[in-house]
Design a protein around this ligand. Structure first.
Ligand code: A3P
Length: 286
């Protein structure tokens, strides 16, 4: 299958051209948020789809109809992708919006709004592994010869969507009351507690039974079977599931199956330098 390797370079970052245009990227920067919007901000492979599912369920008091009938990209569309303005016309407040853009690009649009931002971070070793596998099955991303080659680009920040280090540092520098920080690992280790924390942040208290249903529906096994979030409805030209599923492993610490000792040493060195002065802590294995 030929790859759709058109890219858009925007403000020094490469985005897959299959999903982004200069107009859609530019449009994101001047988007008029509503105070009732919730924005999911993530670096790719951090648990974006998981958070889209969680928030859909929380917005619907644990009722799964919406998450069973509407694809994730239509109920929590990506602000910077080409179809955004069309999909937005169909959403009613309170709206869910997703973005992979770095903070500095969205800062002007977010300024003076009361938008609630949920930033999901994940340990970057697992992100690197997940992203590498995603490059194999997502035909709109370039193919890398080896994990080693990919990892070098990841550490340099010369991959699609830019540097993980810049992304996480940029978004977490402005932890105001409107920004909620959570990690993939926290959700994995304590989904129920995470749901309670998120619903309190959103001011949407749920009954125990509604939370039970949300928890059940957002498990890895349920989401893996749900065509509205597992991307099996997307054409093979775009995502080739014969090369690997989108809902791949859903684990903490899979990097240990992939990293050589030397790659780990190199990673830690770059991590130490780039994260110097940051108070962020990550869980690397469970
Ligand atoms: P793996 O490739 O490590 O399995 P994103 O949605 O940001 O692209 O992130 C995708 C990653 O989140 C994949 O990681 C996917 O399996 C994982 N994921 C999605 N839903 C999950 C869930 N309910 N529980 C655990 N992991 C989940």
């Amino acid at each position: 299958m030929a790859r759709l390797e058109v890219t858009e370079n925007f403000q020094g970052i490469t985005f897959p051209g299959h999903l982004h245009t200069q107009e859609s990227l530019q449009g994101a920067l001047s988007f008029q948020f509503q105070d009732t919007d919730t924005l999911i901000a993530t670096y790719p492979k951090s648990g974006t789809t998981w958070m889209q599912e969680i928030l859909t369920l929380l917005h619907n008091q644990g009722d799964e109809t919406m998450s069973r009938t509407v694809p994730n990209w239509a109920r929590a569309p990506w602000l910077e992708q080409f179809y955004f303005s069309e999909v937005m016309k169909m959403l009613q407040a309170p709206r869910l919006i997703t973005t992979h853009l770095p903070y500095h690009l969205l800062a002007p649009a977010l300024k003076d709004t009361k938008v609630k931002v949920i930033y999901v971070a994940r340990n970057p070793k697992d992100i690197a592994v997940s992203f590498y596998h995603f490059h194999k099955m997502a035909n709109f991303l370039p193919e890398f010869g080896s994990f080693d080659e990919f990892l070098n680009h990841f550490l340099e920040g010369s991959v699609s969507y830019g540097s993980w280090f810049d992304h996480v540092r940029g978004w977490t520098k402005q932890m105001t009351d409107n920004v909620f920080y959570i990690t993939y690992e926290e959700m994995w280790l304590n989904l129920r507690g995470s749901l309670e924390r998120i619903s309190a942040f959103l001011g949407r208290p749920l009954l125990a039974e509604q939370l039970n249903n949300t928890q059940k529906h957002c498990s890895f096994s349920r989401m893996k079977e749900n065509p509205m979030v597992n991307y099996t409805t997307v054409s093979t030209d775009i995502m080739d599931h014969s090369k690997g599923p989108f809902m791949r492993k859903g684990k903490i610490g899979d990097w240990k199956n992939m990293f050589s000792e030397e790659q780990n040493r190199q990673f830690e060195e770059v991590f130490r330098t780039k994260m110097m002065g940051s108070a962020l802590q990550f869980i690397w294995e469970a």
